[in-house]
Design a protein around this ligand. Sequence first.
Ligand code: CYC
Length: 162
Amino acid sequence: MQDAVTSVINTYDVQGKYLDTSAIDKLKSYFATGELRVRAAATISANASSIIKESVGKLFGEQPDLVRPGGNAYTTRRYAACIRDQDYFLRYATYAMLAGDPSILDERVLNGLKETYNSLGVPIASSVKGIQSLKEVVASLVGPDAGKEMGVYFDYLSSGLG
Ligand SMILES: CCC1=C(C)/C(=C/C2=NC(=C\c3[nH]c(/C=C4\NC(=O)[C@H](C)[C@H]4CC)c(C)c3CCC(=O)O)/C(CCC(=O)O)=C2C)NC1=O
């Protein structure tokens, strides 16, 4: 896993170069949003269970077949797995937002996930919809600026799955 700072340093170290203005601008923008990121992470952490609840409410409201017989989230065991996956997406997107870097999502979440979902018949399009519901619920809770930062990582998860 890396963060915005180690990402810049690694890139320049490979080339044996000092930081140029593009690198400095990246670092400036990361530090300038530091307080915003920490505050958003605190709000998300304190409200995680209601965020999850609201996001699956939206998803199952729009796609009720998922929780009916034959649906992938039907039965208590699969319903619980579905909620747990939403929780993983929220928690890891929050970590990535704090780091200002998506690498943790590749390493811990997306690696092999699509294959697992396909082999278990977990519908990818509905999972992406669930991630987008998280994005909406979080944005309404933390406000537009922090919502935009989080949105980057929910979109990263969505396109990594899709
Ligand atoms: C930390 C990183 C991490 C992730 C992301 C992860 C996901 C993950 N979700 C799984 C299953 C699952 N995921 C879902 C999710 C859903 N079904 C739906 O219809 C909805 C669209 C969606 C919820 C929004 C379901 C229902 C299963 C169980 C499928 C089955 O066993 O038949 C499985 C298979 C093993 C298991 O059941 O635990 C994995 C590995 N595991 C991890 O360790």
